[in-house]
Design a protein around this ligand. Structure first.
Ligand SMILES: CC(C)(COP(=O)(O)OP(=O)(O)OC[C@H]1O[C@@H](n2cnc3c(N)ncnc32)[C@H](O)[C@@H]1OP(=O)(O)O)[C@@H](O)C(=O)NCCC(=O)NCCS
Length: 116
């Protein structure tokens, strides 16, 4: 049974500005594993990757009904990809629901569906 849906869209220029300012923003948004993946990407892909994960985590927080806060931090949520590139979403190391991420030159967006 579907128990939640969440959708989010972010502007890449906003994410780029925050990421250029210091490493603090990405360190708040990404897990250790995601930070390692980020480090291996080109500059253009870094922004897409970070923006896509930001959108996916906000979409999860909406699907979950909690928003980002005490009950759910960005670090509690992780996106992992399989060998074909398909993303999966984990909350506190538990795979949970379904996620889809997209980006254009200007935006990244993500959708999350949670199932019981
Ligand atoms: C829920 C949350 C993710 C919404 O994100 P947002 O960027 O503020 O706003 P969006 O435009 O993407 O979404 C707004 C919609 O989210 C929905 N929403 C708000 N709280 C929600 C909740 N607890 N559960 C599900 N959906 C929620 C509402 O429908 C709202 O639209 P409405 O006010 O017109 O009804 C937000 O409350 C949150 O937790 N943001 C994290 C903030 C943060 O730490 N940012 C880091 C910057 S460094």
């Amino acid at each position: 049974m579907i128990i939640g849906i969440g959708l989010d869209i972010v502007e890449l220029h906003r994410i780029r500005r925050l990421d250029d300012r210091s490493s603090k923003f990405r360190e708040r948004i990404l897990t250790e594993r995601e930070l390692a993946e980020y480090a291996g990407l080109s500059d253009r892909r870094k922004v897409e990757f970070l923006a896509g994960r930001f959108a996916a985590k906000e979409a999860f927080a909406k699907a979950n009904g909690t928003g980002i806060g005490e009950m759910c931090s960005f670090a509690d949520i992780e996106i992992q990809k399989d060998e074909k590139g398909k993303p999966s979403i984990y909350f506190r190391q538990q795979e949970i629901g379904f996620v889809s991420i997209t980006h254009t030159k200007e935006y990244a967006a993500a959708q999350v569906v949670l199932q019981s």
